[in-house]
Design a protein around this ligand. Structure first.
Ligand code: ADP
Ligand code: MG
Ligand code: MG
Length: 432
């Protein structure tokens, strides 16, 4: 049987696997050294696994897929193998102070080896459902190809984001204490995720606020409103969507998130929190403050004229961000210079819509990315997200816990990172 195997891989497994120390001081797991035939075989197995286990989303190229659940499915874009990642930094990312169903995203800065926060998501924190499957897929591949890859599937951390998020929604429903009420998911008109759903426009037509504060939609009492939409301007094409949002906000339904919690997730708030003496207003424990601050990258408001000047001189060192969600909205490179210069000339208040952030340059690793059934060999960078759930009823904190992780990997040449936006794929991590 030995002879029928593709040639064993030559990617430094010896120094990688022999000792734990050797592994962490020399984390060069060069996946590109893996025999091409083995890559092809694993890619095929991985595609079969994804279809069988529901690692799929609606295929945008199939017109009806956004409207009819179960029609036109395609595997989610994913990385073939888990991304090597230092265990110490993974632990650091899991320690944060948590507050809703959110996800805090980080990149590991190559030069300083600091784990730096990219952003905090408090609305529509995506992929809690699919990310668990990617970890499972990777564990399965590592086990099936144990002899050839010599990688240990136990080094992929457990990931239970989907059950923990479902549990948090269920507990919020329990707290609402009306057995006939339901959990409603607010979705975009064409939704490629699968769920029990109402669009904002439908809620405007079917929603009613009862005298006691109960929200009913089409006659059904709503205990929990989960926003899978409502984070981007195109989700509010007319006044109806705004009035649906207001109706829900005024009701006693548990909103995930409420409007204030939604706003707390904006880039502007992230930037304000990074200012000196601001964390101190919200936290007493000095150690917690220091831990949080350690993850903060450089963040600046555009009224800081020294930084604006510097960003115009060296735009490649910055990312310019509007108050937007969903990926694809940031400004990079020469466009930073152009936009800043334009804003300076115009001298309006529009500069308040943006923040400037230090550009993080994460470690580049070799990877295989699968999209539309095709396996691409690429140099890639990764972003680690850590989910958290927080549920409070008046003074009583019912849930405050870390809920698994999301690893997203993209070509190192790409600036943006969204999976749905087409830049990145889902990944898991391999602790080194
Ligand atoms: P969004 O809310 O739209 O997801 P992000 O702040 O997460 O906005 O930015 C989108 C993507 O841009 C990130 O996933 C990441 O790939 C990239 N990015 C954001 N900030 C930085 C940064 N400071 N340095 C390098 N890349 C960044
Ligand atoms: Mg975001
Ligand atoms: Mg993001």
């Amino acid at each position: 049987s030995q002879a029928s195997h593709p040639s064993p891989l030559k990617f430094g497994k010896v120094e990688a696997m022999e000792t734990q120390e050797g592994f962490s001081t020399n984390p060069t797991l060069d996946f590109h050294g893996i025999d091409q035939k083995l890559v092809d075989k694993m890619a095929y197995d991985a595609l079969v696994w994804s279809s069988l286990h529901g690692l799929v989303i609606g295929d945008k190229s199939v017109q009806r897929s956004g409207k009819v659940p179960g029609v036109g499915m395609v595997h989610t874009p994913f990385a073939l193998l888990p991304m090597p990642f230092p265990e110490s930094h993974f632990k650091q990312a899991c320690e944060d102070i948590r507050l809703g169903l959110h996800r805090s995203d980080y990149m590991l800065d190559e030069q300083t080896k600091f784990l730096l926060q990219i952003e905090m998501n408090t609305i529509s924190s995506s992929f809690a459902g699919l990310t668990c499957l990617v970890s499972e897929l990777h564990r399965n591949l590592l086990d099936s190809y144990r002899e050839l890859l010599q990688l240990d599937s136990k080094r992929i951390p457990g990931n239970t984001s989907v059950s923990q998020f479902a549990d948090a929604l269920a507990k919020a429903w329990t707290e609402y204490n009306n057995p006939r009420s339901v959990v409603m998911v607010v979705v975009q008109a064409e939704e490629h995720n699968i769920s029990i759903r109402k669009t904002l426009a439908e809620i405007d037509v079917e929603g009613e606020l009862q005298a006691d504060g109960t929200l009913t939609v089409d006659g059904q009492a709503i205990a929990v409103v989960y926003f899978r939409a409502g984070y981007t301007p195109s989700d509010y094409p007319s006044e109806s969507e705004w009035s649906a949002r207001l109706l829900m906000e005024q009701s006693s339904a548990v909103k995930c998130p409420s409007i204030s919690y939604h706003l707390a997730g904006t880039k502007k708030i992230q930037q304000e929190l990074a200012k000196p003496n601001v964390l101190e207003r919200f936290l007493d424990n000095k150690e917690d403050i220091a831990k949080l601050r350690k993850c903060f990258a450089g963040l600046w408001s555009l009224d800081d004229s020294d930084i604006v000047k510097k960003a115009i001189e060296r735009p490649e060192l910055f990312v310019m961000k509007p108050q937007r969600e969903g990926g694809g909205n940031n400004i990079y490179g020469n466009n930073v210079r152009e936009t800043l210069t334009k804003l300076q000339k115009e001298d309006t208040e529009e500069d308040a819509a943006y923040i400037l952030m230090q550009r993080i340059f994460p470690t580049v690793s070799s990877t295989f990315l699968l999209r539309d059934g095709i396996c691409h060999k690429d140099d890639a960078v990764s972003e680690l997200g850590v989910y958290g759930a927080y549920l409070r009823n008046k003074e009583k904190v019912i849930i405050n816990e870390q809920c698994g992780y999301l690893m997203r990997t993209k070509k190192s040449s790409s600036d943006e990172g969204g999976v749905a936006a087409g830049f990145a794929v889902l990944d898991s991590l391999y602790l080194t």
